[in-house]
Design a binder for this molecule. Sequence first.
Ligand SMILES: *Cc1c(COP(=O)(O)O)cnc(C)c1O
Length: 363
Amino acid sequence: MPAGLRLTIDLDRLAGNWRRLATLASPAECAAAVKADAYGIGIDQAVPVLAAAGCRSFFVAVPEEGLRVRRAAADADIYVLNGFFADGAELYREYGLRPVLGNPDELAAWHAWHDGELAALHVDTGMNRLGLTMDQASAMNEDHLQACGIGLVMSHPACADDPTHPLNALQLERFQALAAQFPRHACSLANSAGIHHGADWLFDMVRPGIALYGGASHPDAVSQPVVTAEARILQIRTVGEGETIGYGATQTMRRESRIAILSAGYADGYLRAAGTSDDREGAEIAIDGHRAMLAGRISMDLIAADVTDLPDQVLEVADCAELFGDTVDINQVAARAGTIAYELLTGLSRRAERVYLGGGGTG
Ligand SMILES: *Cc1c(COP(=O)(O)O)cnc(C)c1O
């Protein structure tokens, strides 16, 4: 079915990003965070490719995602970050899902229920989200954790994307104390950004997510874009000087302009906040490698871009525009909308056509 927005997902680049991170993290194990449908790119496609690249451990948020990972990777270790959902207890057993236990009640419930199945323990070192407090953790003894089937002790950094933030050193120091307290347990602290903080941060396992999918995580990060979003060009129209574009008439053209109208909008998950007004520049798009600025507000199903300065020959033949990909950095688009690539990727809607490249299959 012809679509307005096409997402091309390069699975070879996904595998390449994983391999680069795994090399950087070695000898620590490199897992993969594949929650939220592998950050929007598709668990069913991403997981087999990551497993073939050598990834053995996968992190999801909720059990339903764990089931999908199990179907895609029969032998993988699968961790459920949001913990043990007692109303779905049998799923953990049936699909071999390991809950990441995040408070003492959950640990007790798991202790009472489990029968040798493994789990992970989350300790909070400064995020104040999930995890035992440092006090609760220091009251635990290692034998009790083993009786609970805990194979992995983990924590999560709040500010690893900002190398200058003082919370990084504090979280590391706290986690080092935990690792010393539980010497028989594997330990994991780093997300994508944490991998770039040096050998101290690697422990036994790292858990990258966004860097696998081409999002920026840290100034030193080196991952290639995985997703290219291209919208069909519906028409190119001329708009006179002094006229406005789109809802709210937020942008007035200062010259006679050529405007490309694209078949994508916020209903596809492209961010409405990325639009342009007289006061503020929005995101860019690109046509055949030539950049252009969005014009006016983003509608539900349509986007306008000012292509006045693009060469005629380019506009005559172009049938689609890149919203992000190799020319337009997804991180820049997200930043112009006041958000991060995580939100843009995970919000891409099912209306968009998805085309998979590489990965040893045809998609
Ligand atoms: C999402 C998540 C990750 C991956 O984070 P990125 O910033 O995407 O690398 C790792 N660990 C935990 C606990 C997470 O919730």
